[in-house]
Design a protein around this ligand. Structure first.
Ligand code: AHM
Ligand code: MG
Length: 339
């Protein structure tokens, strides 16, 4: 092969296994299977109205959210793709109440896969980027039939994490715990090609992403942090800030990975029973691993996300992630207020 020939995801993974010893054959297969499922989801998303996939499925998930047809379809695509390979012990998803076992007719492997099959559901019908988020854990030793408890491991235990964003191009972002790598789907060839290695998030930024409509429900330190940015050049920060909010976490995180920024979905007092909107296991943890691997930071505004010991599969957490210095500043404001 020519030295500058494009590196496919398959070649990248084989090199990670053979030369770096980072992954074994099962984890390689797992990532390839997830990537293949993302290609199928990307095709379904791309067909839009022509594929009859828009609109509501008229069912509710465990979070009490109405599922879209594409939420259900994407979940099925990931389940089917991962059932037979022998690399998984079980799966869990935003769209399913309980962990999903591997059918008895197939062999079981050593990994657990957790995913949000289609993140940004509110954007499906309006042709704005959506995506898939996934996290890979090891099945605890000796556990033959993993239940919810087997999944309740802190984010530091993830062996891999990634997301696919179905935007103007389809992009797969992956970390195996050794930097963050970006692959773009070559639609003619049908393969993911490496287009960014060891990407880094700038430590400083002048761009923030937050749903400002919730401002009246925020805690005081949260309000202080945003107020200071809104005050611009003449305020305490002495410079102007810009705002972006796609309302698809995958798209907002991808922008931050590309050019920096801070993404915040804080705890708010609209519904005090909920500690945040986003889910720890299949949204916050995989994104936190990616962001940290890219040199950024990820906290709940108080503690590091990856250190949280999960108590429930569908647990929610506040999320602050992105450019390190901004995440640290927002976190310091919360800690100061608590003290
Ligand atoms: P979803 O998994 O049901 O799509 O919800 C998660 C999404 C995130 O992608 C996004 O950051 C957030 O919800 C947007 O919330 P809001 O509509 O409150 O702005
Ligand atoms: Mg989601």
């Amino acid at each position: 092969m020519k030295p500058n020939a494009p590196v496919s995801l398959t070649r990248f993974l084989i090199e990670q296994q053979r030369e770096k010893g980072h992954i074994n054959a099962d984890l390689r297969l797992l990532i390839e299977v997830v990537a293949r499922a993302c290609k199928r989801i990307s095709i379904a998303v791309g067909k839009g109205a022509l594929g009859g996939v828009l609109g509501s499925a008229e069912t509710e998930n465990v979070q009490g959210e109405t599922q879209k047809k594409l939420d259900v379809l994407s979940n099925e695509i990931l389940l089917d793709a991962n059932a037979w390979g022998g690399h998984l012990a079980a799966l869990a998803s935003e769209e399913m109440d309980d962990p999903h076992p591997i059918p008895d007719r197939y062999p079981k492997g050593e990994y657990l896969l957790v995913f949000d099959p289609l993140d940004g559901s509110s954007n499906i019908d309006v042709n704005i980027s959506v995506g898939t988020i996934f996290s890979v854990l090891r099945c605890p030793e000796g556990v033959k039939n993993p239940d919810e408890k087997a999944f309740l491991q802190p984010g530091t235990k993830q062996v891999a994490a990634g997301y696919a964003v179905y935007g103007s191009s389809t992009v797969l972002v992956l970390t195996l715990g050794d930097g963050v790598h970006v692959f773009t789907l070559d639609r003619e060839q049908g393969s993911f090609i490496l287009t960014g290695s060891n990407v880094k998030i700038p430590e400083d930024t002048s761009e923030f992403a937050i749903n400002m409509s919730n401002m009246r429900h925020w805690e005081a330190p949260m309000k202080r942090y945003i107020d200071e940015m809104l005050a611009g050049k003449t305020g305490p920060r002495g410079r102007d800030f810009n705002m972006r909010w796609v309302a698809s976490m995958v798209a907002d995180v991808h922008r931050i990975l590309t050019r920096g920024g801070i993404f915040i979905y804080p705890r708010d007092l609209k519904d005090p029973s909920k500690p945040g909107k986003l889910r720890l296991m299949y949204e916050a943890n995989p994104m936190a691993m990616i962001v940290e691997q890219a040199g950024g930071a990820a906290t709940t505004g108080r503690v590091r996300i990856l250190d949280i010991q999960p108590e429930k599969l569908h647990q929610r957490v506040p999320v602050f992630l992105g450019s390190k210095n901004e995440v640290e500043r927002a976190t310091a404001y919360h800690r100061e207020a608590d003290a």
